[in-house]
Design a protein around this ligand. Structure first.
Ligand SMILES: C[S@@+](CC[C@H](N)C(=O)[O-])C[C@H]1O[C@@H](n2cnc3c(N)ncnc32)[C@H](O)[C@@H]1O
Length: 280
């Protein structure tokens, strides 16, 4: 049978289900500190979204819920979505345990239709390369954003996908293509970033998305991009030649020669003229 986006996505969901118990128990995710009241959101995410108190917030690809629950701690009316049944189950259990008013839905993000809109739509760190079709993803965001609402994305820079793990004697060595390819890049034996020694025996399928594709998808879905920035830091270390930043939790390349991450803000404009029923 020829593989399709649906079969690749379902294999990825299986991988993420297998990762969840390892992640819940990992130092990486720091559940013990979270239970004690810590937020898991970093300064780029907090500055990008602003004060969410009293606002409805949709968190796409929320994993097992720590980010969504952090937004709830800050006063948002938060809903998290993820296609991993295991992740959503853990997220719901944590919300109940900690008495935090967040909801979680299990769904594939590009086809999402919750039948309502939100003031804020948020997604971050390690999300886009799991999606085969950014146009469908952007349409899902547009469907769920209220007029005047704000979308915020923080993500690893797509050029990171290119590089070999090892620095060659002449410098950085390319391995994977930057530009879009119709079939995903396959890793037959994926592990997990929280513990590279763990083998899960499952494949992963990923699609790299150049910056232009991200912005064009959002614009094509009718959203207005209001800002974009590139940053010389990243909150994880995908390549061994990156070094710990003096600010705890961040990584960089010595000398900051190129960006490691990027952020995008967009909005859904209010209609220029009120609808007739709003005037009567
Ligand atoms: C690296 S996590 C990102 C969340 C957050 N930055 C974190 O580290 O917890 C990626 C999440 O995306 C989810 N995911 C991957 N592809 C998805 C899809 N097509 N639809 C919905 N969720 C998806 C996975 O289940 C996983 O929980």
């Amino acid at each position: 049978m020829t593989p399709t986006n649906a079969s690749w996505l379902s294999a990825n969901a299986e991988l993420w289900d297998a990762r969840v118990p390892l992640h819940v128990d990992s130092d990486w995710y720091g559940l013990r500190d979270f239970r004690a009241g810590r937020l898991t959101l970093d300064e780029i995410e907090l500055a990008g979204v602003g004060d969410p108190a009293g606002r409805s917030l949709l968190h796409l690809q929320c994993h097992f819920g720590l980010g969504t629950l952090s937004w709830a701690r800050l006063g948002a009316e938060a809903t998290g979505v993820d296609f991993s049944a295991a992740a959503v189950e853990r997220a719901r259990a944590l919300a109940t345990e900690l008495g935090l008013p967040a909801r979680f839905e299990q769904a594939e993000v590009s086809g999402l239709d919750l039948g309502r809109t939100f003031d804020i739509c948020f997604t971050s760190w390690g999300v886009l390369m799991w999606l085969p079709d950014l146009d469908a993803w952007a349409r899902a965001i547009a469907r769920h954003l209220a007029p005047g609402g704000v979308f915020f994305l923080a993500e690893g820079h797509p050029h990171l996908f290119i590089w070999d793990d090892e620095l060659g004697k002449d410098g950085y060595r390319p391995r994977n293509p930057y530009f879009r390819h119709s079939t995903p890049v396959v890793d037959e034996e994926a592990g997990t970033y929280v513990d590279p020694s763990q083998r899960l025996g499952l494949p992963q399928y990923r699609w790299n998305h150049p910056l232009a594709e991200v912005v064009s998808a959002l614009a094509g879905a009718g959203l207005r991009v209001t800002g974009m920035a590139e940053h010389p830091v990243l909150p994880w270390q995908p390549l061994p030649w990156m070094t710990a930043h003096e600010r705890p939790g961040w990584w960089r390349v010595p000398g900051d020669p190129f960006p490691l991450s990027f952020t995008v803000t967009a909005t859904k404009d209010r209609p220029a003229h009120p609808r007739t029923e709003e005037l009567t």
